[in-house]
Each structure stands twice: as C-alpha cells, then as structure tokens.
Design a binder for this molecule. Structure first.
Ligand code: BF8
Length: 654
C-alpha cells in the first residue's frame, strides 16, 4: 500500500491529494504526518482549568501503590480521575452547546417564518406540526396553522431557558427509560441550564467527584439528544419538509467544469434552502451565461450537504476530510460556510487557487475570508449576493482545474416517519414489519453508525469496514453525518447494495421493502431520528420495554469532534452500547474509563467501548446484539435462519 493509499480509501480523495502536492498546497493530511497528537492531552490528563497549571497527570506507566496514586495530582490536588472526568464533561458541554445553539437559531427562524416575516417560507409539514403541538401541549382546535406554529415556536424557545421541571421531549422516550432517568436524577431541565451548570461544575475547585461529574455530563448530553438536536430536527422538518427517499449523487465528481460551482459547507440549513430557491432566479442564469458558464451548480459539504441532499437531491461534494480537496480541484468558485467543522485552513487552501471563501454566520468568522452576513430577514438578497460573488469569480479560475470523475448514486432521506410508512404502508404506518423481522431473525439487530472523519486514521476506512461487516451479518445500519457520506460514496445507499453486501436475511427484507441495507437518516442533529426510531421499535412491542432491551448498538469509529462525544454520551445514557474508535479521551484514569465502559451499564443500562479496529468493533456490537436477543428469548429464531456464504450462494443459484 502506498503512503497515499494509507490516507484514504476514496479514489477521488487520493487524486486530489496528488494534485495538492503537485500544486504545492498543504492540507490536513500533510499536517497529520508532521504533527503528532499531544500524548498527555490525548488521554485526558492535562488540566488547564487555572493559571497554576497546566498540570500534567498522565496515567502511570506501571502498577502504582496506593500512596503513589494519591500523590499523582495537580497543584490544587485534583486527581487524575477529576481531571479526566472534567475534560470529558467539558467535551459533552461543548458538543451539546453546538447542537443546541444551532437548534436555537432554527427555532428563531421557525418563529419568524411562522409569523410570515421570511419571504418564501411557509410551513411544509402540517402533520408534523400537529404532532409537535400535541407534544408541547399547544391547543389545536380550530386554530390556524400560523397560530399553532407560533405557539410551538415559543414553547420550543422556552426549552432553552427552562429553569425547572423536565424537557418536554423527554416524554417521547419509553416509560421505562423515563423511570430510569428519574431515578438517577438525570432528566434535563433547560438546555442552557445544563450546559452552564456543567461548565460551572468543571471550573477549578467545584465538583471534584468523578462519578458526580459524569452523571452531570450524562444529564447535559440528554439535553442535546432529547433537547437541542431533537428540536432542530423537528422544526427543520416542519419548516423545510420531512425528508422522504430521494435520489442524489455524491463525491467530488459532482463539481462541473463548465458551470459556476458553489459549495455550501456547515450545518445550518436556512441559507442552503434559500440558495436552492435563488438558483431559479432568471438573473442568476443570465449572469452565469455572461461570464461564460453554463449555469450555477450548487453542491453540499458536511452536514449542510446532508440537509439539502435529503430535501432537494442537491449533490454532495464530500465529507469532512474532503473540504479542502474540493477547493484543490480548482473548480470551486465560492465555498460558503456557516458554523461547525469548517477548518481554518480553508482560507490558506483557497489562496492556492481562486476560490472565494465566504463566511456567513456572525458567530463564525475566519481570518482571510470574505464575510457576507446572513440574516433570515434579508435571506433572498444575501443568498443572491453570494451567488453573484461566485459567478464573478468564475473568470478567475486558473488553468489547473481537475475534477475527479468519481460520483456515486445514493438514495437518502430516511426519516423515522418514512421508515414507518415504507414498512407499514401509508394507511397502517408501523414499525411492526421491522419488529417482526428482528424477532424472526432475518434482521439480527440495528446499528447506528455515525460521526466524522479523522485525519489520524485512513479516511472512510474504519466506518466503511465496520458497516460492511455489520450488514453482512444481517444488522441493518442507520447512519448520519460524515459516516453517511462514506456509505454513499461506497455505493451502500442504494437498494441494490442489499443483494451485493447484506446477509441473506437482511437482503431479503430490503428487497421486499425496496430499501438499502444502510439507511441515511440525515445530519448529525438527526441522530435524534435514531432515538425516535429506537423508541418506535420499543413501543411497537415484542422487543422489551426499553431502548436498552433492543438488539441494537451504536458506533463512531472516525469521530473527531466534541459533538460526537455529546452524541455518544446521550446514546449511552439512553441505554445504547456505543463503540468509539481512533482514540479514547479518558485513558489517563482507569477509574473514569471503568465507570464509562462498565459501571454505566448498571445504572444507564448502556455503556461505552473503545475499539479502533473495525472488525473487532463489529464483533463487539454483534456480540452485544446477540446477548440482547438471548435476553429477549429470540436467539433461537435466528439460529434457524442463519445461512453461511456457501448456503447463500446455493440459494441464489437455485
Ligand atoms: O456534525 S459528522 S465531521 S460535519 S461533527 Fe462534523 Fe463530524 Fe462530519 Fe456534521 Ni457531525
């Protein structure tokens, strides 16, 4: 394997890495070679909570005595356990704040749209609005959509600042799960309150009991999964439409040589939604033709891409580690970014080519980028201005344009409502067929494989190897974020993939229903859809009375962001066995790691695991699924339908 092949399994990525090298343009892949991670920070042992430090309290190299252990502490006496737990908790707080601040923005836009203050936007999914009204206790009666939507918007906004009581979406969880949370005292109050409290607890000299810190971190994470992220997903669906299966294309090959290419990158969907509308403006087409382009080609990157792909079939240029490489093609006339997962190096890479890097959020500026601030009240005009900037930049392209040919067809947009309809039909929408197929063993279990890319491992490889192994073993995979794009590029998001990659049982179900073996459920905030799907499976009956009873597991083998830790933590706190790869941020404390990896199972009935090897991770997940099947008494059914490869080939040939 060449050095380049160790960096990515995606041919388009490798081509662009070669081009970047030839063009003398440095990327994250080069920096990953030249800079190693700090070993003390990587294990969560660096405390920089005060100016007496940073204190380094790394894990001991050998077994230590009790006295040696007690002596291993920071200046203030903070132990390795406290330091490790505080660092972990702060990751959860940061991740929760990112998803939730996004959610607050969505809620404000939703309210403005409900009031008719945003041109061109009206409620798209009235059915879902009614559901939300019921969840939030908003009167429906003979009231207009506008009145209901305004009340729903206000109720959602109040969830951020709620000082007492319980987040309203908590009641969506299975009753047993709610009881577990209540008994542990982890039901979140307001979203902001939980984040603020966790930041306070982790300040120097406050909460210095690692168990207590990690329970507080769990509560904060639930304010993400069942709060901020769920609010985002639900309101975006009501406003922009709940995704339904949609055909799209993915990889750098979606860029076009003869058109103005605009890549939208980030997480907030309003600007991309408006850009889609503005593309229809005749002035845009005319302006593009005037500069010699055939038109304007909009493509997505990262989670913004997932949003517009699911709702409009807008093509996706790539996932996290491809953001610089889109610019390296030399064909991106503007890259438009809002918040989260945008590398600062984009400005540097853009300087190597002609790309205009445009920041749009008042919260996220990048030195060297052009800033065109986006506000929902002037949405159309701002979107048009951005497209005009890109069009004017088309003529500045340099001769070294090279667009890789790779692009793959995908079917995306599996909201949990859609799965319901697909399985049960529109008049008797139900998860029953899914539950029945799990019970009869055709489907062995469910896995959520989500999260990022990470430049410390081969791009796309761990997630893809894991997912292929899971579906080969009849485990249906739900995916979001950058992992979903990995699956798309590898051709797993089409119904045809079932025959090629899935085990006989899963393949037979996919072929009957017409779904891929891997279901693309959206962006990272849409992990809340996975919580809702798991809850729907529990409520449909026959598979226990809690999420922790399900033959299900989660994974993020290429995680890199604090958001991923918040997501993992809310899955664990919701009863899911969750495996992370690359590195684990609490190895500096055996006790903290043991609490997360073992003892949480006694309280939350979910736990973490760390396994960077994808095949070993698959084994862990499948063993967990089988353990749950046994506990449910459905392990025998599966034994009857298990075919080995020889048997499958025999059946296929027959
Ligand atoms: O929120 S999967 S790299 S893009 S953090 Fe970021 Fe990770 Fe991608 Fe979307 Ni999620």
């Amino acid at each position: 394997m060449s050095d380049l092949e160790k960096k990515s399994i995606d041919p388009a990525t490798i081509k662009m890495l070669k081009k970047a090298e030839a063009d003398g343009c440095e990327t994250i892949f080069d920096r990953a070679d030249s800079m190693r991670p700090c070993p003390i920070g990587a294990e969560g042992s660096c405390c920089k909570q005060c100016a007496m430090g940073p204190c380094r309290v790394p894990a001991p190299k050998k077994k230590e005595t009790a006295v040696e252990k007690v002596r291993r502490m920071g200046l203030c006496g903070a132990t390795a356990e406290t330091i490790s737990a505080r660092n972990f908790a702060r990751m959860v707080a940061a991740g929760t704040s990112a998803h939730s601040d996004h959610a607050r923005g969505v809620t404000e836009v939703f309210l403005s749209a409900a009031k008719g203050e945003i041109e061109g936007f009206r409620i798209q999914d009235e059915q879902k609005l009614y559901q939300l009204a019921m969840d939030f206790g908003v009167e429906i009666g003979n009231r207009s959509i506008r009145e209901i939507a305004i009340d729903v918007g206000h109720k959602a906004l109040a969830e951020f600042g709620r000082q007492e009581g319980e987040l309203l979406f908590i009641k969506r969880a299975p009753l047993k799960r709610q009881e577990i949370w209540r008994s542990l005292g982890v039901i979140p109050r307001g979203i902001d309150r939980e984040v603020v409290e966790l930041m306070h607890r982790t300040h120097m000299g406050v909460d210095q009991d690692y168990r207590d810190l990690l329970v507080a971190a769990a509560r904060c994470s639930l304010a993400d999964g069942w709060g901020g992220s769920m609010i985002s997903t639900e309101l975006q669906d009501v406003l922009f439409g709940t995704p339904v299966p949609t055909l799209g294309q993915i990889n750098l090959g979606v860029l076009k040589k003869d058109e103005v290419n605009v890549v939208v990158h980030g997480h907030e969907p309003l600007l991309p939604e408006i850009l889609v509308q503005v593309l229809q403006d005749p002035e845009i087409e005319k302006a593009a033709q005037q500069v010699g382009a055939k038109g304007v080609n909009l493509a997505g990157m990262c989670c913004s891409a997932n949003e517009i792909l699911m709702r409009h079939g807008i093509p996706v240029a790539g996932n996290f580690l491809q953001q610089e490489l889109a610019i390296v093609t030399g064909a991106v006339d503007a890259m438009v970014v809002d918040v989260q997962c945008e590398m600062q190096s984009l400005a540097q890479v853009a300087r190597c080519y002609h790309t205009k890097l445009i920041t749009t959020s008042p919260k996220a500026k990048i030195e060297g980028a052009m800033h065109i601030e986006f506000t929902e009240h002037h949405a159309y005009d701002v979107a048009k201005k951005i497209l005009m900037e890109a069009i004017q930049n088309f003529k500045n392209r340099k001769p070294n344009v090279e667009i890789p040919s790779e692009l793959t067809d995908t079917v995306v947009g599996f909201s949990h409502e859609t799965i319901n309809y697909l399985l049960g039909g529109i008049f008797r929408a139900s998860y029953r067929p899914l539950n029945d197929n799990i019970i009869n063993g055709r489907i062995r279990g469910i896995a959520g494989v989500v999260g990022c890319n990470n430049a410390r491992v081969t791009h796309d490889d761990p997630n893809l190897t894991l997912i292929k192994e899971l579906i080969r073993n009849d485990v249906i995979v739900l995916t979001t974020g950058c992992s979903a794009m990995t699956c798309g590029k590898a051709g797993l998001l089409t119904p045809e993939a079932a025959k090629q990659y899935a085990g006989a049982g899963l393949a037979s179900v996919c072929e009957t229903v017409g779904i891929p073996p891997v279901l693309h459920m959206g962006a990272c905030v849409d992990n809340s859809r996975i919580l809702m799907a798991a809850t729907a499976v529990v409520k449909d009956g026959g598979l226990g009375d809690d999420i922790s009873d399900l033959p299900a597991a989660g994974a993020a083998l290429e995680w890199m962001s604090e958001k991923a830790i918040a997501i993992g933590q809310y899955f664990v706190a919701s009863g899911v066995f969750t495996v992370f790869g690359v590195t684990w941020p609490t190895t500096g404390s055996e006790e903290v790691t043991k609490l997360l990896f073992e003892e949480f199972e006694n309280t939350f009935r979910g736990k973490w695991a760390f396994e960077p090897d994808p095949l070993k991770a698959a084994k862990l997940m499948i063993e967990h699924i089988d353990k749950k099947r046994k506990a449910l008494g459905i392990d025998k059914a599966r034994e009857r339908v298990l075919f080995d490869m020889a048997k499958r080939r025999e059946l296929e040939a027959a």
